[in-house]
Design a protein around this ligand. Structure first.
Ligand SMILES: *[C@@H]1O[C@H](CO)[C@@H](O)[C@H](O)[C@H]1NC(C)=O
Ligand SMILES: *[C@@H]1O[C@H](CO)[C@@H](O)[C@H](O)[C@H]1NC(C)=O
Ligand SMILES: *[C@@H]1O[C@H](CO)[C@@H](O)[C@H](O)[C@H]1NC(C)=O
Ligand SMILES: *[C@@H]1O[C@H](CO)[C@@H](O)[C@H](O)[C@H]1NC(C)=O
Ligand SMILES: *[C@@H]1O[C@H](CO)[C@@H](O)[C@H](O)[C@H]1NC(C)=O
Ligand SMILES: *[C@@H]1O[C@H](CO)[C@@H](O)[C@H](O)[C@H]1NC(C)=O
Ligand SMILES: *[C@@H]1O[C@H](CO)[C@@H](O)[C@H](O)[C@H]1NC(C)=O
Ligand SMILES: *[C@@H]1O[C@H](CO)[C@@H](O)[C@H](O)[C@H]1NC(C)=O
Ligand SMILES: *[C@@H]1O[C@H](CO)[C@@H](O)[C@H](O)[C@H]1NC(C)=O
Ligand SMILES: *[C@@H]1O[C@H](CO)[C@@H](O)[C@H](O)[C@H]1NC(C)=O
Ligand SMILES: *[C@@H]1O[C@H](CO)[C@@H](O)[C@H](O)[C@H]1NC(C)=O
Ligand SMILES: *[C@@H]1O[C@H](CO)[C@@H](O)[C@H](O)[C@H]1NC(C)=O
Length: 767
């Protein structure tokens, strides 16, 4: 469901925008009428490769890496020898030198897709297997927490402040760690930069985090005053009063209440010693009035507390329980109302039964790839706060033993250009990041997650500063499998690629799964896929409809009004349509698959070995009406340079293959040429069935679709073309081959795969 008010600036995107246009007309992401937009394609003539660049120190590092001196540069003091030592302490001290030698692995980002760019280099000393170094070196590692209660209880908090996420012993060593770690150093600078321009934003939580961080790193009380103003505004006590006198934090949309509560909690706790008693009393009063009292009510009043019901295993449950938990922990002991203590007895058990089970046993987040951000941010903040404030996670880490795998979900759902962004895309992510990956990494002892996330555009964030374990070492891609199969029946899907470190790499992902049990954020999209190659997305998603449309979230029943909207209908997906009808919500697909198990090595320049492939076949018969059998298979051909999608279908209504693309489409017989971003992808229909009609259509509803609710409209899909292939009722095999026109590859280098029935597909069936 709609999470946050729109029109907010995505703070974490700041460093990608042109330096002189933080706000207003000059800002390419600012739209006067609707506020900040998701990133837009640069206009022609604007570089697609704007490097991030404000901190000079980082530019120096980029220069070093791009200059190809990795591994050979002599850094005064640091070791320039990259020989791998078996002595952990020797490895650790050479890592200090190595870290400052190399700096950030990613050298910049793509300004449109915001994906990291990696240097083209082999570095077998640094780009090694992900691990945590064993070290006692206090320049490199956090000390252990002195607060280790023997019998933790949610209402027995540590005696020192802060309690939430960042205890004082961590603040004490942070400057030293920053001085020795290029990631912490870069994030620190970026957080300072964000704090400086936050005053035109209205997000109390983001501001509390950033302002309090900068105060504690500078002792400059101006930041306390700024935070106080922020709290005044959120209380409606600022110079411009706003909102109703009661329920100012909008408890009927409890996410607002929860986020304001978290913001108040952070500010109260992180600046505790700076507030006067009068200020503390006022903060607690307003927090109780607009946050915690509605919070207690939410657990008995379903109108505001529907998110605490046992079937709400999704982001709402995580975000709402988290906000109430952080705020309660912050004022516990000072609170005279009893709300804080009462809520901790409610939020923790509720999150343990609901929030943590939004992750299925393969790690997939049950809502969508985008809602993963909201849910895991809430989960990580709540878990971390409980651990630092009271010394235990109470099962938030372990109650769902498969929560660990949701980091893999995120890693694989991210393609070469952007997410496999099926279903609703959610609101702007301005108050969330993927930095729960860094928390998971430390807690689940899985270095890959933090090594991955530290390269990403959204890594700089106060939470990262405290969650990041600077002893991690290696490269996330070294030894990490290129393919992954997520097999839980809720969301069967697959992810396949040709490299983790090349934004031009091939990436394909396809899903089957149930069409219910996704908190009504999914589409009727079994068989849907995305395809990236040559730095752009060739087959893509349309995203959310208007969340305020009539019936948009009414249900996931077959006759739900949600399924009237084009972007949610089967015709709005990259799959097969039969009789122009929506898929059957009782779908229960099954899948088979295989992979050569290829993993990338140390180098960012990866040459795919001969025979490397993967395939995935979904039986989608149950997803359709008027279909007696239908399986869709996808496989990589020619060492991951080409992709084959094969459909075997018997239907008693007209069949239509559909794919949505931003490319221009030229059809010549059974050859289809797509052109986008100055790149070309040629599709071939192999062994084309007689009577096939290859054509294009607009991404709009059919004239004879059931009507939208009165007064409602579909969102326009400008620039999108639907490539269609129609077949009359009957029994067919439809084979579509995708040939991205890779540089240096001539037409004779492309393979034409043999015609093999899906039931006979193996790893070698197309050699
Ligand atoms: C590291 O600390 C451990 C005890 O925690 C000690 O046994 C070991 O000798 C120390 N190593 C170094 C290199 O100081
Ligand atoms: C953090 O960044 C700010 C802004 O660049 C800088 O002034 C400060 O020295 C940094 N802190 C540390 C510990 O390096
Ligand atoms: C801020 O004040 C604290 C406590 O007086 C002190 O420990 C810390 O070093 C100071 N930090 C800075 C950046 O001045
Ligand atoms: C806001 O103003 C009200 C009414 O004067 C007061 O009760 C409350 O404590 C104030 N809250 C804050 C955070 O200043
Ligand atoms: C539940 O909350 C709603 C929204 O605030 C309110 O209108 C309603 O009166 C409440 N119901 C009860 C029983 O308190
Ligand atoms: C899918 O994951 C859920 C949540 O962990 C679990 O209850 C269910 O049994 C899993 N289904 C299968 C088929 O493994
Ligand atoms: C988490 O998963 C990783 C593999 O993805 C594994 O290495 C690690 O041991 C797991 N940790 C826990 C606590 O299950
Ligand atoms: C078209 O490009 C936009 C970005 O400009 C992207 O969000 C969308 O998913 C793309 N649509 C398709 C169908 O690829
Ligand atoms: C596909 O699934 C259906 C059930 O939906 C089953 O009857 C059929 O045998 C399966 N087909 C294949 C080829 O496995
Ligand atoms: C299935 O086909 C029949 C005609 O054979 C048609 O009346 C019916 O509407 C179709 N069902 C769906 C869901 O399209
Ligand atoms: C495409 O090529 C033209 C001409 O070389 C160039 O002006 C334009 O910027 C390029 N567009 C993209 C998206 O790279
Ligand atoms: C071919 O398919 C397109 C799109 O469905 C349709 O508009 C067109 O009429 C069809 N042409 C023929 C000859 O059937």
């Amino acid at each position: 469901m709609a999470s946050f008010e729109s029109g907010q600036r995505p703070l974490t995107h700041v460093r990608y925008e042109s330096a002189n246009s933080p706000y207003g007309a000059g800002d390419p992401y600012y739209n006067q009428s609707s506020g900040f937009l998701p990133p837009q394609k640069p206009k022609n003539g604007v570089s697609n490769w704007i490097k991030f660049g404000i901190p000079v120190a980082i530019l120096v590092i980029i220069g070093a890496v791009v200059g190809g001196v990795v591994g050979s540069r002599n850094s005064g003091g640091g070791s320039s020898s990259k020989a791998v030592s078996n002595d952990p302490s020797a490895v650790a001290s050479s890592a200090v030198g190595a870290k400052s030698d190399v700096g950030l692995f990613a050298t910049g980002t793509d300004s449109f897709y915001m994906m990291p760019l990696y240097p083209s280099t082999t570095n077998t000393a640094i780009f090694t297997v992900p691990t945590f170094l064993t070290t006692n070196d206090s320049r490199l590692a956090w000390p252990s927490d002195p607060f280790q209660p023997a019998n933790p209880s949610p209402t027995q908090v540590r005696t020192d402040r802060p309690r939430l996420i960042a205890p004082s012993y961590k603040w004490e060593v942070l400057p030293t760690l920053i001085a020795n770690d290029p990631y912490l150093s870069y994030w620190n600078e970026t957080i300072f930069g964000n704090a400086g321009i936050l005053d035109v934003c209205r997000q109390v939580k983001e501001r509390s985090k950033a302002f309090s961080y900068v105060y504690r790193m500078t002792n400059d009380s101006a930041w306390v005053d700024r935070t106080w103003l922020e709290l005044q505004n959120a209380a409606g006590n600022g110079t411009t009063p706003w909102g109703p006198d009661t329920d100012k934090w909008n408890s009927v949309h409890f996410l607002d209440t929860a986020e304001c509560s978290a913001g108040y909690g952070i500010a109260y706790d992180w600046l505790y010693d700076m507030w006067t008693d009068d200020q503390k009393q006022k903060i607690r009063f307003t927090l109780n009035e607009f946050g915690l009292t509605p919070g207690v009510n939410a657990f008995v009043n379903g109108t505001i507390g529907w998110w605490s019901d046992d079937n709400i295993k999704g982001n709402w449950n995580c975000v709402c329980n988290n906000g109430l938990t952080m705020a309660s922990l912050a004022i516990l002991g000072d609170d005279t109302t009893g709300n804080a203590e009462q809520l901790l007895g409610l939020t923790i058990p509720n999150a343990l039964e609901n929030c943590v089970f939004a992750v299925s046993n393969d790690g997939t987040w049950a809502e969508t790839a985008n809602y993963w951000y909201f849910g895991t941010t809430g989960w990580a903040e709540m878990t971390s706060s409980l651990m630092t404030a009271t010394g235990s996670d109470y099962g938030m880490l372990t109650n769902n033993p498969n929560f660990n795998f949701t980091g893999l979900f995120h890693l694989y759902v991210q393609g070469s250009t952007s997410l496999f962004n099926y279903g609703d895309h959610g609101p702007n992510k301005f108050s969330t990041t993927a930095n729960s990956m860094i928390f998971m990494s430390e807690q689940f002892k899985n270095p890959i997650y933090a090594l991955y996330q530290r390269e990403q555009y959204d890594a700089p964030d106060p939470w990262s500063m405290f969650w990041y374990d600077p002893t991690i070492s290696g490269a996330f891609w070294d030894g990490t499998a290129l393919d992954y199969f997520f097999d839980n029946s809720t969301d069967q899907w697959t992810s396949m690629r040709s490299s983790f470190t090349d934004i031009n790499a091939l990436y394909v992902a396809m899903k089957a799964g149930q069409l219910v049990n996704h908190q009504t954020h999914n589409d009727l999209d079994a068989g849907d896929f995305v395809l990236d190659a040559l730095g752009t997305r060739w087959a893509g998603e349309l995203g959310s409809g208007n969340y305020l449309s009539t019936g948009y979230f009414s249900s996931d029943d077959q006759d739900s009004q949600r399924w009237l909207y084009y972007r949610k209908r089967t015709e709005g997906q990259n799959t097969i349509l039969v009789g122009q009808a929506n898929q059957d919500v009782t779908a229960a697909p099954s899948v088979t698959h295989g992979s050569s198990g290829t993993a990338q090595g140390s180098s960012t320049v990866f040459t795919v070995p001969d025979g490397s492939t993967a395939y995935w076949v979904a039986n989608l018969t149950s997803a359709y009406f008027n279909v007696s059998s239908f399986s869709r298979g996808m496989r990589l051909i020619n060492n991951r340079k080409q992709v084959l999608i094969q459909d075997e279908i018997t239907a008693s209504q007209g069949i239509q293959w559909r794919m949505h693309t931003n490319a221009s489409v030229t059809i010549s017989g059974t050859t289809i040429t797509l052109e986008l971003d100055n790149q070309t992808l040629i599709m071939e229909v192999l062994n084309a069935p007689n009577g096939i009609n290859i054509s294009t259509a607009d991404a709009v509803r059919f004239a004879n679709d059931p009507p939208l609710p009165p007064g409602q409209v579909d969102q326009p899909n400008p620039g999108v073309t639907v490539l269609t292939m129609d077949l009359p009722p009957g029994s067919y095999t439809l084979e579509v081959l995708f040939n991205p026109q890779w540089p240096g590859m001539s037409s004779s280098d492309f393979k034409t795969p043999p015609n093999v029935a899906l039931s006979d597909w193996t790893l070698t069936s197309h050699d």
